[in-house]
Design a binder for this molecule. Structure first.
Ligand code: XMP
Length: 519
């Protein structure tokens, strides 16, 4: 599905760790932008996307290295404003006739102070003081400007910290305005957007209307099926599809038996009473459980669940005659993750489960109306469409569910214990008013029994671990620093109320090196 109406800003990625942050900053300012790897910028691509401005991201390479990523030089002839950040600035200089050098006096990492040399629209409202703090991270530096450019600001190790060619509206900054350590970074983006004539037309209301129009246009009189997991993304996808095509949509909720306590009832009630979309409920928990019995390898578990899910989904979907499309809640970060700058493959850490294997097999076409937006935008969109706020703010829950929170063999007893302990942990987090401060929280039951003593009696029960993390997008995470009082209270409740657990631990691993889930 393609964005048709909005003013579009193209971000060309050269492999920086923080490219996604540029997109976040712009989306927050109601600007539609897309990130694309530099190798994809063909003449045809530029013609089709027709961007109104371009930002060149940072990157880990040196432009002088002949294997370093370059970009189609047609971008400099489109007559649109360009902002180069760090590597992006150096590449612009390199490609337009300037010079970049490496050397021990080139490097600058961390905080640096910028000094104004020449006023430019890009720096409007920046220099209230003589020097402004920015965040640098560069090994090379520009040593000779490309024709048409002039220096607007310097820093101790970057004599070309801000450069501008005001005739062509080309700008380059050596620092990173997208990171929050550059305290006035947002002002710089606002100035650039103003120079490029953006008016902030990217709102979730507009997006909703546009998507409904596009869905109708694509689906016409055909039928769409949509898998519901009870999570935010699949639910928002279903509501959007339903608004567009009403009865042509069938939603299927597969219960694999690894849902949280009462979750199946909550989802069914919500669809019936709040969302009011008919749902086929497929309780296949016995099938999943029997197939997973005796398996302890995490990858085997994940792959089996993925395959079974496809099998079950296929069984139900075949009953819906005339289905041509499969609705899926893919988000923009999933799309970015799957395209790398150099086209290399990143190592598989975990096989994520979705219904990706289905469309080809069943001759279905994918329809992914959230493919252009981020998680927080999905929540705005959901709110815009009237979905309950409490539901939209729910923590993410993985497709394989509790199966990957039960390291080792899964048994019905362990699942029951896990459900009860997890329920108490979340209840406690809500009671202490912490739910919205935490990205994700859950309990994992450990494959080990330990000795305890309760009421003068020896116990020999399972140990569990509490996991609560803060994160922006799940890619990196840190453990949540609970007060001791909270941990003490929660541990007491779990041990007293959950039969089968006699020891509670708190997982204080960040990601990396850990992952959020235990498997
Ligand atoms: P990890 O454990 O990889 O998790 O640090 C990052 C985020 O992804 C969720 N997750 C999944 N979500 N299917 C999903 O839909 C999966 O197979 C899956 N595995 C992990 C995890 O809960 C966390 O939010």
């Amino acid at each position: 599905m393609k964005n048709l109406k909005h003013q579009t800003l193209l971000i060309i990625d050269f492999g920086s760790q923080v490219t996604k942050l540029i997109a976040r900053r712009l989306r927050e300012r109601k600007i539609y932008c897309e990130i694309h790897p530099c190798k994809n910028i063909t003449n045809l691509f530029l013609k089709k996307l027709s961007p109104q401005a371009i930002i060149l991201s940072g990157g880990p390479k040196s432009v002088n290295d002949h294997s370093s990523p370059k970009v189609n030089s047609l971008i400099y002839e489109l007559g649109i404003p360009i902002l180069g950040i760090c590597y992006g600035q150096q590449l612009m200089m390199h490609q337009l006739g300037g010079k970049v050098e490496s050397g021990k006096f080139s490097a600058e990492f961390g905080r640096a102070f910028l000094e104004l040399k020449k006023e430019t629209k890009l720096l409007d409202g920046w220099f209230n003081q003589n020097k402004e703090v920015v965040w640098m991270s560069h090994g090379d530096h520009v040593s000779k400007l490309a024709p048409g450019f002039e220096v607007c600001a310097i820093s101790p190790n970057a004599s070309h910290a801000v450069v501008a060619d005001i005739k062509r509206n080309f700008y380059g900054v050596q620092f990173h305005p997208e990171v929050h350590h550059t305290t006035k970074g947002l002002i710089l983006f606002d100035n650039f957007l103003k120079i490029a004539g953006f008016n902030g037309d990217w709102t979730m209301k507009a997006y909703q209307e546009e998507m409904i129009h596009q869905i109708k246009d694509i689906v016409k009189k055909d039928k769409v099926i949509c898998g519901i997991s009870g999570g935010v993304d699949s639910t928002v996808t279903a509501v959007l599809l339903h608004k567009a095509i009403k009865k042509q949509l069938t939603c299927i909720f597969v219960n694999h038996g690894f849902l949280r306590k009462n979750e199946e009832n909550e989802v069914l009630e919500m669809f019936k009473n709040d969302i009011k979309i008919p749902l086929i409920y497929a309780d296949e928990s016995d099938l999943f459980f029997s197939e997973l019995e005796g398996i302890s390898d995490p990858e085997v578990k994940r792959k089996k669940i993925g395959k079974l899910f496809i099998k079950v989904f296929e069984k139900y979907a075949q009953r819906i005659k005339g289905s041509k499309f499969l609705g899926q809640g893919t988000l923009y970060p999933d799309v970015i993750e799957s395209v790398s700058v150099h086209g290399g493959e990143s190592e598989t850490i975990k096989s994520h489960h979705n219904v990706g294997g289905l469309p080809e097999k069943m001759g279905l076409k994918l329809i992914e109306p959230l493919k252009e937006i981020f998680k927080d935008e999905v929540r705005y969109l959901g709110r815009e469409m009237g979905i309950n706020k409490n539901f939209l703010n729910r923590h993410p829950f993985p497709g394989p569910g509790l199966a990957i929170r039960c390291p080792g063999e899964i048994t019905k007893d362990k699942l029951e214990i896990l459900k009860n302990a997890d329920h108490i942990f979340i209840e406690q987090i809500k009671k202490y008013g912490l739910y919205d401060k935490i990205w994700q929280a859950f309990v994992a039951i450990l494959p080990v029994k330990t000795v305890g003593v309760m009421g003068d009696k020896r116990t020999y029960d399972f140990a569990c671990t509490l996991r609560a993390v803060t994160s922006v997008d799940g890619m990196t995470a840190d453990y949540y620093p609970f007060e001791h009082e909270f941990l003490k209270d929660t541990s007491t409740r779990i041990i007293n109320e959950v039969k089968g657990i006699n020891r509670v631990t708190y997982d204080i691993t960040s990601k990396p090196p850990g992952t959020i889930e235990w498997e």
